[in-house]
Design a protein around this ligand. Sequence first.
Ligand code: 13P
Length: 248
Amino acid sequence: MRKPLVAGNWKMHGSRASVTALVEGLLDLGATPCQTLICPSFVFLDQVQRQLAGSDIALGAQNLDWHDKGAYTGEVSAEMLVEFGCSHVLVGHSERRSLFAETDVQVGLKVEKCLSSGLTPVICIGESLAERQADETFTVVQRQLDAVIRQVGVTALRHGIIAYEPVWAIGTGESATPEQAETVHVHIRQYLAKQDENISQNIQLLYGGSVNGENAADLFAQENIDGALVGGASLKVDDFLRICRAAV
Ligand code: 13P
């Protein structure tokens, strides 16, 4: 049985004060009802790690570099993230791919680094609007998955999570419909099943893209949607908790 997971991607938002208040808000309400992950900006990891001590909420980063260490100005290593209490890392978010030219090969290297460091990669895949309109959704997600599988092998995905985030639904207020999302999730599972039935059945598949308190329950009602990767709505305690509650 796959457990539901709700993850918050805080992107490049927050200040010391607002991040402290947001985490306090999540903690004040007691245990979050489902497996929960928050991914603040790197600079807030230290303070959030301290605030989360003893809680069930997991801490994740939004990116990492695949090298061990060295002259990579501006980058952050897996070892650093482990030291700062991270258990998860978002890898290959569409904003990294489109705005920072991250390639499929680099995403594979990052996933490999996560796995060899004991970090769970949340592997983000998804098509652009133009790709959807050209009927290329399945081809794109397969290509993105193939790059990871080529690097680490399919069985290594037992330590990974996949987030399907159609680019056209991110930050637009226009979520994929539950049926649209489920169709792609089913396709991802079928594609994985051809390589490893066990991985296909057990891997958590999150949906991301304009998830909010209103639409979460309908998305989670789909058999192959195991949770959500939430952007904007994860910055508000009430909205995020509403999504968490909808997941159980
Ligand atoms: P929104 O929920 O703001 O659409 O962002 C989704 C996302 O990019 C999560 O990684």
